[in-house]
Design a protein around this ligand. Sequence first.
Ligand SMILES: [Zn+2]
Length: 266
Amino acid sequence: MQVLHDCPSCHRHIADDVLQKYLLVCPECGFHHRINASQRIEQLCDSGSFKEFSGELCSKNPIELDGYTEKLLQNQQKSAMNEAVVTGTCTIEKHQAVLAVMSFDFMGGSMGSVVGEKITQAMFQGALNNIPVIICTASGGARMQEGIFSLMQMAKTASAAALLEQTKVPLFIVLTHPTTGGVTASFAMLGDVILAEPGALIGFAGPRVIEGTIGQKLPEGFQRAEFQLAKGFVDIIVPRDKLRNQLSFLIRTHKSNLGETYEQDA
Ligand SMILES: [Zn+2]
């Protein structure tokens, strides 16, 4: 039997195979459905080129919060992931890259110690081997269940981004729906080029919190990718079917900054 999806934006019913063909973008209205890390990797990387690293890292319960260990287990089973980010090396249209992909499916893509560590290790890999780093974000922010340890990841990942800057290895960020909180407030805004998917919510605090604080009505489209592009927080909005080609173009055009190692690998 044909599976139909109700588009949350235009409310048309779209057949599953059609939606898959369009990379989970509604062919009627262009709404970008959320995708998980393995779907993103499959869409971006040359077939079979993705080699995961740091996959063995699993979260502990650093502040011994009741129920957190169980919650981690449930999310591992539900998402078939160890943590909210997958990192590895790959090629994109034959160009080498270090790729980190966050998944909202795992505890809302929240950043705890392991997410911070894996993002940091990915940036170190890029810096050490002269390979551009691409991070696709999807996150509700810092993981409250790890208390202060989650907030420390903001400084750690920002320092790793500074190392990339010093070694002149480019960092490309792809903001996907939603990217908020401590992730926006750290590495997600530190890319040399910041890309976003159409309609993605990008911000720190959510619109309701801000409205409540300032006591004013917020403008139409507030915190959407298009709004952030107009305000200068985003460099380019790229529809999903153009993303792979756009990243390949960015890697290619930033080659002049990179040393011999990378030239040979490409
Ligand atoms: Zn639609």
